[in-house]
Design a protein. Structure first.
Length: 274
């Protein structure tokens, strides 16, 4: 793992009502001259001039898309509440004309090469990631789920919703094998990680900014907020890279005694390579 450190450039707090979270906007994914987007009831493919190439009808709302070698995987949210909450089907489509290749179930996906994809699902005894080929057939399965980091291998910042959590940063290996970090995460639902150019993963874990190298070795970069034991559900976080050497970390803390009231902590951090 590269020797990274951070310093605080700016820090402020703001009290207010329920925080407004960012809504995912179109486009969801783009490749060459094609753009995948969507609206309630349809997945759309346009070219860069805005001309509609095809539409694929869906019963819910698309929320993310992943493109690989002539295939596109689109996850959706359902309009109505059902046994899987608002989780809708995941659609594997032909990128050229929008033809359905396979209808799958999963909440979070990632792109692999050669028309292959990862698709993961957590809940109701599921804590799984499947690897699908371009025909929608399963080629590997792992007992892991979370935020996927695909590059040199496949790493996962796990998110198990369990108390206490058993989540770690892991590497998925062929044949369903899993290599796990020595460190057990504190938070069961860590926010999406930031990936640095050398492959280091930055994770905001229960108020602590941690770095994990390609070898899954960990280091603590900053302790931003102390999350009391048993109160992790009051805290939600985001971590973004906002410049070549800048990070923005936001931690929203729900008031335990006043419904709808939040304290939002925001840090601007400078990244340094030792």
């Amino acid at each position: 793992m590269g020797n990274w450190r951070v310093t605080v450039i700016d820090q402020h707090r703001k009290r207010g009502m329920d925080p407004v979270f960012r809504v995912r906007e179109e486009p969801f994914a783009a490749r060459d001259d094609l753009v995948i987007g969507g609206r309630t009831g349809a997945i759309t493919c346009t070219d860069t001039t805005g001309r509609l190439r095809w539409t694929h009808p869906v019963p819910g709302t698309p929320n993310a898309a992943h493109i690989s070698s002539g295939r596109v995987l689109v996850t959706t949210s359902s309009i109505g509440y059902h046994a899987w909450g608002h989780l809708g089907p995941a659609y594997l489509l032909d990128l050229e004309d929008g033809t359905l290749v396979a209808e799958l179930r999963g909440e979070r996906g990632a792109t692999l090469g050669g028309g292959r994809f990862l698709l993961g699902l957590e809940g109701y005894a599921h804590f799984h990631t499947w690897q699908f080929d371009r025909d929608g057939d399963v080629t590997d399965t792992w007992r892991s789920y979370g935020h996927y980091v695909v590059g040199t291998g496949i790493r996962v910042v796990e998110a198990d919703r369990a108390t206490p959590t058993a989540s770690r940063v892991v590497r998925l290996l062929p044949g369903g094998a899993i290599e796990r970090s020595a460190l057990l995460l504190t938070e069961s639902q860590a926010c999406g990680p930031v990936v640095l150019p050398d492959g280091t993963i930055l994770v905001l874990d229960a108020g602590v900014l941690r770095a994990f190298g390609r070898d899954l070795a960990d280091a603590t970069l900053a302790e931003l907020v102390t999350v009391p034991d048993g109160e992790a559900d009051r805290f939600t976080s985001t971590l973004e890279r906002t410049g070549a050497d800048r990070l923005t970390a936001v931690i929203r803390e729900r008031n335990p005694e006043r419904a709808g009231k939040y304290l939002t902590h925001t840090w601007t951090l400078a990244l340094h390579r030792s």
